[in-house]
Structures are given as C-alpha cells and as structure tokens.
Design a protein around this ligand. Structure first.
Ligand code: SF4
Length: 461
C-alpha cells in the first residue's frame, strides 16, 4: 500500500511539474495540454473531473470565458500564475484532500478548506457598519502566534488563508509570513490604501498573494462609506497591482443604497478594465447589533436581484463573481465551521466571519481543538439548516438555529452584536421578520433557477 501511494505521489508530482512547465512557457498556447494534465491528475475523482469538464467546455464554447482565461494566462506575472496553480489547486485542493480526509474518517473531525484570520483590528478607516469596529484595537495577535496558527493550519492541510482585520497591510510582518509559507495561498482583504510601489513589488515577489480590494461603487458610494479620497486611492492600488501582473479582485458590501451601482455594467466594466479578475458581493449583515444596520440591509427583493444579476454578470462578461449568499446552493448551503472558519484578533475561533460566537480560544491551544469541539461538529451535523439552500444562514434565514446551537454547546458571544443576536427579543424578531419576507423570493429562485437542487455532496461535509 505504501509503495502504491508513493508511486502515485511521484506520478502526481510529475503532472504538477508538467503543468508548471506549461505555465512557464507560453501558457496561453498550452491550454488544451493543461486541461488534459489536470484531468489526468484527477482521474479517480468523479466530481472533480465533472467540474474540470465544465470549465473546459466553457473555455472552448463560451466567448467571454475563453477571453477571461486567456487574459489571465497572457497578462499575469509568471510566478503569480504558477503559485496560484501549485498552492491553490495542487496543494489546497489535491494534495491536502486525502490528508484532511484521514481526520474525518478516523475521528469525525472536519478540517476546513480555508482559514480566515484577523491578526489585528487596526485600520485607518472607520467604515459605516464594519464588523471590525466592535473589537478593541489593542488586541492584536502577536506575530509569533499568527505564525504558529498559520503553521498549524498548513500542517493540518489548510493551504488557503484569507487575511482580514482591520487592515492586513497595517502589519508589515504579514508579508514576511506570506514569504515564509510560500506553499500556501493568501488572500488579504484590504482597503488598498496602504499599498505602495514597494508593497506591490513585494506582493509580486511573493507570488502567493491575491489581494481583494474593498470598493463600494463609484467615488460617491465608496467615499461616503469609507471616507473622502478613498476611491481614488483604491483605483491607484489597482493600477499598481495590474501593472505588475498580480492577480487581484474586489469585494463589495452590498447595501440598500449601492446595490444598483455595484451591479451595473458600467461599474463592472470599469473593474475589468482596471484588471480586477473577480468580485465578491457580501450582503450587508446586521451583526453589530446597531439598529441603523437594518436600514442598510437589502430588502428581500434586492437580495433576490443580487443573485440574479451576479449570475448574469458571471455568465455574460469575461469576469468571475461570487455572491456569498445567493451562491450558497453551489457549496451545499452554509459552510460555517465546516469548510471555513475565522480566528478573530482575540484568538477566538468562530464558525464564520459574521457569526461572532465561540467555544475555543487558541491561546495555549492547538487549532485542531476547535475542529474537535462539539460546536463545529454540531453545526456540521445539522447543515444545511434548510432544504432551500438559498436560505442558508443560521443567523438571518433560520434565526433560531444560532440560538439553539449556542445554548446546546455553550458557545459564547464574542461581542455586543452577537450578544444581542442571542438575547435581544426585539432584535431577533426583526431578523425573523426579514427572513420571512425573503422566503417567497428564495422559494421562487430555488425552483426556477436551481430546480430545487444544490450541491448535496458538499452539504454532507
Ligand atoms: S452562518 Fe450565515 S454568513 Fe456564516 S457561512 Fe453560514 S450562511 Fe454564511
């Protein structure tokens, strides 16, 4: 068995090296060979093969996707391209899979695919509704601890790490860590304001960093939420990244007021022109416990429209979009504590970036303790919480779930907003009312767009 595994590893390494070689020399002319090598690598994995086939068909038959893939291959810095392939696909998806499966089979412990970590909550901006504002800025995780947590994550098979905050570029040492863990893929979500020519050079030198820049629409929307002058600085950061061939995308918190702008052709085309390769749309979430937050939340109709329009942009333009909520059926509903988790700046381990509840603090504890804890296991056992995966959330769609689970496993709220979610009846009733309002829209799209079918394999975890 050992010999068979070793031989298989040698064969897989040879395929990965071959693809790296194709990416090194004229990648745009080697696409067919790359697809065939990738299929060979995944020949025993039926689901992966199906997914690769879908992408290959899109490349061959869909003009905008052909253009999108060619643009990435032709205009991305060579090292960044190779790192994206080796770290994200080869390491995070292919090699780490069997490593993580061992824990699942042996002890029913699920090692998530991606770790989110907020090393510091310091930020030069004070954006309206930002969840970061509810943490103390004194509570940075020491550098050695961040290093240890990343090492433990990587050793467990987590090769994709999203760095949040606060502002990830506030801490210089993070660039040292990106360099140190050069087999891991990092995505810092940043305001972009601290990206200078020197920082952009270092990101390019690392190769394993794909920044996501926050932008809330054109100048008026971005500056009114993030502060005067922010929009121009974000655009400047995009130019610095684009000039160097660094892969990057943007993230937008979608509110009642900016929804039409961020989903417009004009705005999306501007981002494509600037070199962005993808947009993440996040529903504005009322997690700070502030009544004003409800006014910024999308209406039920707007939330449905966000899904519709995100799919349309993804289908028609040479661009990739992720709508964190309306794309939930593709990943089997809620992925909290199962495929992803968040370590906040106090080292509390939370099931997701919006759910500020925890049972494990990492000070003096190994990361695996959080995955072995009943909290994450309980969540996984009841996911999806709803047959309709367009209503995936334990806080804003299935509003009793978070209360019941926290009670059962003894999870404590990490901040005042989370406390409110558990104990403030008025707040809870408001959330439930908004969930009820969204239900008919979700049911309609679930039937008409998804044919009442989501990704059950993923849902099982
Ligand atoms: S709890 Fe809600 S916000 Fe968090 S991952 Fe699940 S669906 Fe998303």
């Amino acid at each position: 068995m050992e010999i068979k595994n070793a031989l298989e590893k040698v064969a897989k390494n040879a395929i990965v090296n071959k693809v790296v070689d194709y990416l090194d020399k004229n990648p745009e002319q080697n696409v067919t060979k790359i697809f065939s090598a990738v299929k060979k690598f995944n020949k025993k994995d039926k689901i992966a093969l199906e997914q690769i086939k879908i992408v290959e068909d899109l490349y061959n038959n869909d003009k905008s996707k052909h253009q999108y893939i060619q643009d990435i291959l032709q205009n991305t810095d060579n090292k960044c391209l190779k790192k994206f392939f080796t770290n994200f696909f080869a390491n995070a998806v292919w090699y780490a899979g069997p490593k993580k499966d061992k824990y699942l089979k042996k002890e029913d412990t699920k090692i998530p695919f991606v770790m989110l970590i907020s090393p510091s909550m310091r930020c030069s901006l004070h954006c309206k509704g930002c969840y970061a504002s509810s943490y103390s800025k004194k509570d940075d995780i020491p550098k050695e601890e961040v290093d240890r947590i990343i090492r433990e994550a990587r050793d467990l098979g987590i090769y994709y790490i999203i760095v949040l905050g606060g502002e990830p570029f506030f801490n210089d040492y993070l660039l040292d860590l990106y360099e140190k863990y050069n087999d891991v893929m990092f995505t810092p979500f940043t305001s972009g304001l601290l990206i200078t020519e020197e920082i952009a050079d270092r990101i390019k030198k690392c190769g394993n960093v794909i920044p996501m820049l926050s932008i809330e629409g054109f100048e008026k929307d971005t500056d009114s939420r993030r502060g005067t002058g922010t929009y121009k600085k974000v655009l400047k950061a995009m130019d610095m990244l684009h000039e160097r061939g660094i892969l990057f995308g943007v993230s937008s918190a979608v509110t009642k007021t900016n929804i039409n702008t961020v989903l417009s052709d004009e705005f999306t085309d501007m981002l494509i022109e600037k070199g962005s390769k993808m947009s993440w749309y996040f529903l504005f979430m009322p997690v700070n416990g502030d009544p004003v937050d409800f006014d910024m939340m999308l209406t039920a109709e707007q939330r449905a429209y966000l899904g519709e329009r995100s799919r349309e942009i993804r289908d028609k333009k040479p661009y990739f979009t992720i709508d964190f909520f309306n794309d939930a059926p593709y990943v089997g509903g809620c992925i909290a504590g199962k495929n992803y988790f968040h370590v906040n700046s106090k080292e509390d381990v939370e099931p997701c970036i919006f759910s500020h509840f925890s049972t494990v603090n990492l000070k003096g504890k190994h990361l695996i303790d959080a995955f072995r804890d009943p909290f994450f296991k309980k969540l996984r056992s009841i996911q999806p919480y709803n047959k309709n995966m367009l209503r995936p959330c334990m806080m804003i769609d299935n509003t009793n779930v978070i209360i019941d689970v926290c009670k059962e496993v003894g999870a404590k709220p990490d901040d005042a907003g989370a406390e409110k979610m558990l104990n403030d009846k008025e707040f809870h009733d408001k959330l439930t009312k908004s969930a009820e309002e969204f239900k008919p829209y979700a049911d309609k799209a679930w039937k008409e767009v998804f044919n009442e079918k989501g990704n059950d394999d993923f849902a099982k975890g």
